[in-house]
Design a protein around this ligand. Structure first.
Ligand code: NAP
Length: 243
């Protein structure tokens, strides 16, 4: 049986990914930061599918907590075959001149530092095994830049560069590193947008609908389990909004 650690899996895309991997028979470590109840309920639900599932609290923006998270996941699942760096935060849309130092640091500390700390801790396990899959989560704004989304766009661009550099560094050790770049996905992250804004976004999507967390989970699954010769790639999952 294979095992995956998914950061930020208490809600949204991370939770849907945890469900999909468990349905496919993988053991799953569900990381949460604040949503302890949701993460524990999800672990219980997935255990009911006959796999090992555990909820592990850790703020990935803290290097010690990120390292502890990886150690606990390895200990509780008996190893690790894949890591999904999904935990992320966004800011309300705002001008760059209104973006505070604290907001900039908040976005970078979770989206970039958090992925770095988690990957750094998991890499020795993968290198020792001479196998492993790492999937990071960027965003279409990390590829194209979003107006009034400067901090978020910059952080997600950094995730893409980190993914490509890691793919080159870890490839000789048998570890593949890829990135999924979602478009507009219906999760809490977009809950602040009113119906009119969501409709405007929908009209820009060639597939004429918003994405679901399950859509993104399918792309993450593909890169972890069905594409052994793919590494260093950014897979857009946006209904064609960015082509
Ligand atoms: P979401 O519904 O807001 O969920 C965010 C998840 O990240 C939660 O499980 C949250 O955990 C966790 N998290 C946040 N900060 C954390 C930290 N410091 N340590 C550990 N976990 C932390 O977001 P989502 O829409 O599912 O997004 C998932 C990923 O996809 C993010 O990287 C996001 O940037 C990216 N993405 C999303 C969209 C979209 O349209 N939704 C588009 C492009 C990219 P707690 O609740 O336990 O604190």
């Amino acid at each position: 049986m294979s095992a995956v650690l998914i950061t930020g899996a208490s809600r949204g895309i991370g939770a849907a990914t945890a469900r999909l991997f468990a349905q496919k028979g993988w053991d799953v470590a569900i990381n949460y930061n604040k949503s302890e109840g949701a993460a524990k309920a999800l672990a219980e639900e997935l255990t009911g599918l006959g796999v090992r599932a555990c909820a592990i609290g850790a703020d990935v923006s803290d290097p010690a907590q990120a390292a502890g998270l990886v150690e606990r996941a390895v200990a509780q699942l008996g190893g690790l075959d894949a890591l999904v760096c999904n935990a992320g935060v966004a800011l309300p849309q705002q001008l760059v001149t209104d973006t505070t130092d604290a907001q900039w640091r908040q976005v970078f500390s979770t989206n970039v530092d958090g992925a770095f700390y988690t990957i750094r801790a998991a890499t020795p396990h993968f290198v020792r095994a001479k196998a492993g899959r790492i999937v990071t989560l960027s965003s279409m704004w990390g590829m194209t830049g979003g107006s009034c989304e400067v901090a978020y766009s910059a952080s997600k661009g950094a995730v893409i560069a980190m993914t490509r550099a890691l793919a080159k560094e870890l490839g000789p050790s048998g570890v593949a590193v890829n990135c999924v770049s979602p478009g507009v996905i219906a999760t809490d992250m977009n809950a602040h947008l009113d119906e009119q804004s969501m409709e405007q976004l929908r009209q820009e999507i060639p597939l004429e609908r918003l994405g679901t967390p399950e859509d993104v989970a399918a792309a993450i699954w593909f890169l972890c389990a069905e594409a052994p010769f793919v590494t260093g790639q950014v897979l857009s999952c946006c209904g064609g909004m960015v082509i």
